[in-house]
Design a protein around this ligand. Structure first.
Ligand SMILES: [Zn+2]
Length: 345
């Protein structure tokens, strides 16, 4: 039973949603709002440790889907006509802006996230898409990532790959997107989270390992906050088909922003109550609380939920670390004792 929960064996079948993801309802063998395996390991004496004696760890992360203002089709058309009337499509402009120069939407600005997290001494991980013009959901080019890199690096944050729509099933795409991002950054990256949380268990893990990633942090449900394989602990995935561990660290994702209001239909107070309950569980079990908040979810009520969740976390004084730091620390300090307690092989 432990082996089946741990390896998410219920996801090996073919029931997937329209975004090629495993919906939470197919897992009906154990509770999803309780980290049942972490509870069990903890009650058997497993005590994860963190730097400076902190009780638990927090990975704040941002998937950067959008940076630039998308131009509506009709807007583009009007501007193109105006440019054409002036005799030169290159001068085509809309609302006073040249169409050929992408404009950042202020509400999606990464700069203000980076600044406020630096003020609160929070290390975060930024997962960037690494797409080319014409790719599905392409919104910004690699020079935008290059522009943000010094600021993100300066504050001790991390950059990882936000794998595009096909990466979880297409090894060549995965390798291409990884190397494109690394070329733009000028250094190798360690981590991955896929766009839309697309994931195929267990093959995506093996693909990530083969592409040279040290860790992934996609593994959460899109339609439900909670614990996809009963763990609030990072783990080495176990492949039931080969009967062996895949040598990569998965940091399970516990809460994604849009899950709360888009999939679970929760308002502000209910979102906070749920997230706080989960933080309390993770703290008690000395786990890793992983939060995904998109840069386009920082306005109005969405921004308020984020602020209050972060304030709640800050009060509890966890180890705020990048996902890469947590993966490396876990592998060295906590993984051997955890695996010694698991009846896997
Ligand atoms: Zn995304």
């Amino acid at each position: 039973m432990v082996r089946n929960i741990y390896s998410a064996a219920h996801e090996y079948g073919s029931i997937r949603d329209n975004w090629a993801r495993s919906p939470s309802f197919i897992q009906d063998a154990f509770p999803k709002l309780t980290p049942v395996l972490s509870e069990q390991l903890h009650s058997n004496g497993f005590r994860p440790a963190y730097p400076d004696g902190k009780q638990f760890a927090v990975c704040v992360s941002h998937d950067v889907d959008w940076i630039h203002q998308p131009l509506s089709r009709s807007g583009f058309f009007k501007a193109a006509v105006r440019g054409a009337l002036k005799g030169d499509i290159r001068t085509a402009s809309f609302a006073g802006k040249n169409l050929l120069v992408p404009v950042e939407k202020p509400e999606w600005s990464l700069r203000r996230l980076i600044d406020r997290e630096a003020e609160q001494n929070i290390r975060a991980t930024y997962f960037f898409l690494s797409l080319a013009k014409g790719d599905w959901d392409y919104n910004y080019a690699m020079d935008t990532v290059e522009r943000y890199r010094p600021l993100i690096d300066l504050h001790g944050n991390e950059i990882g790959l936000h794998g595009g729509h096909e990466t979880t099933v297409d090894q060549n795409r995965l390798t291409l997107e990884k190397s494109r991002l690394e070329t733009a950054l000028g250094y190798p990256i360690q981590g991955h989270r896929s766009h839309y949380l697309k994931f195929r268990t267990p093959h995506t893990w093996q693909n990530l390992k083969d592409a040279g990633f040290a860790y992934d942090t996609t593994f959460g449900f899109a339609d439900l906050a909670g614990y996809r394989n009963g763990l609030c602990y990072p783990f080495r995935p176990f492949d039931q088909e080969t009967g062996a561990y895949i040598d990569l660290i998965e940091i399970p994702l516990i809460v994604m922003d849009v899950t709360l209001w888009k999939y679970m239909n929760l308002g502000l107070e209910a979102s906070l109550a749920l997230v706080q309950r989960m933080i309390d569980d993770v703290q008690r079990l000395n786990g890793v609380f992983t939060l995904l908040w998109h840069n386009h979810s920082f306005n109005g009520q969405e921004g308020e939920i984020y602020t209050r969740v972060i304030d709640y976390l800050v009060e509890r004084d966890p180890w705020f670390a990048t996902s890469g730091q947590v993966a490396e620390h876990w592998r060295k300090e906590n993984l051997p004792a955890m695996e010694a307690q698991l009846p896997m092989e």
